[in-house]
Design a protein around this ligand. Structure first.
Ligand code: GUN
Length: 295
């Protein structure tokens, strides 16, 4: 079997068009323009490029977006005050502090300070708690993007054996939780593999769906998957530079060999990545509508 390659770029574009129409309607009917602030501390090139893409996308669909860039040695207190300022700012519906933060800043303390009603990343413990309980909340953007990709590419999750690789707070743990929720695009039997898992390959061979978020380039190879598996590759691993000097990227899945056995597969780049940013936009619009009691 040769896989259907699911373009996250295309699906994300489709969702952005839907959001653009929603934002136009919000403006025309309710005089509301959703507002987002992104806060970047330091000069990590990957973080700079993510934050800049988030702002660019926001502007393109009609979200008011501002970017704050702080020096790497900014004191924790200063960042806390900035978050508090935006918590109080009525024009802002979403606050995003790009991770990772410099070592001298307590990440948990910063995330806990963001007003949960503006936590469009879905990282605040209140939103994580709501997600686990299946309540209305902001879903973390990457797992949310994977759910949308699965749904829009017609992959049935109900009753499926889903194997997730990686137990990060941002992807693996929430992903596992969402897949087992009793609702559409959930109802799966979930296995979460991590660095202490004894035989990851054996778990993968049982899987109907593999969601790879381990951060190891080409970890999943063709001998580790069964025919017809659906693959969502969350990995973004920098494995060198291209001739034009750009970072050369590889997913957690050996795309070339695995695509010959899978039914569905996402490429890297152009798979899950574009979905993450788009889900951030969706959460920001959701936040603006919630504030206006429209949902
Ligand atoms: N760093 C890597 N991914 C993310 C994300 O989704 N949100 C934030 N805030 N930081 C990140």
């Amino acid at each position: 079997m040769t896989a259907r390659i699911v373009s996250g770029t295309e699906v994300a574009k489709e969702i952005r068009e839907e959001l653009k129409a929603e934002i136009t309607e919000l403006k025309e009917k309710h005089n509301i323009v959703p507002g987002l602030v992104t806060i970047l501390v330091g000069e990590d090139p990957a973080s700079q490029s993510y934050v800049s893409a988030k702002n660019k996308t926001a502007h393109a669909i009609g979200i008011n977006s501002e970017q704050v860039t702080l020096d790497a040695d900014t004191p924790e207190e200063e960042l806390l005050s900035l978050v508090e300022k935006y918590n109080e700012d009525d024009s802002i519906n979403g606050i995003l502090v790009q991770l990772p933060l410099p070592k001298h800043i307590d990440e948990g303390k910063i995330l806990n300070t963001i007003n949960p009603d503006k936590d469009v990343d879905g990282f605040h413990p209140v939103n994580i708690g709501r997600m686990v309980l299946g309540e209305n909340c902001f879903l973390p953007c990457t797992p949310h993007g994977v759910l949308e990709l699965l749904a829009r590419s017609g992959v049935e999750t109900s009753g499926a054996e889903v194997v997730i690789l990686g137990r990060s707070n941002i992807v693996g743990k929430p992903m596992a939780n969402l897949m087992l929720q009793k609702r559409e695009s959930g109802n799966a039997t979930v296995t979460l593999c991590h660095t202490r898992t004894k035989d990851m390959a054996e778990h993968c061979r049982r899987a109907d769906i593999i969601i790879a978020a381990a951060g190891v380039a080409k970890l999943v190879t063709a001998d580790m998957v069964k025919d017809g598996v659906a693959i969502m590759d969350v990995g973004v691993n920098r494995i060198g530079v291209t001739e034009s000097g750009k970072a050369k990227l590889a997913g957690d899945v050996d795309f070339e060999s695995v695509k010959e056995k899978a039914s569905v597969i996402t490429p890297v780049p152009g798979g899950v990545g574009p979905m993450t940013i788009t889900m951030l936009m969706k959460n920001t619009v959701q936040s603006a509508k919630m504030k206006a009691n429209l949902i």
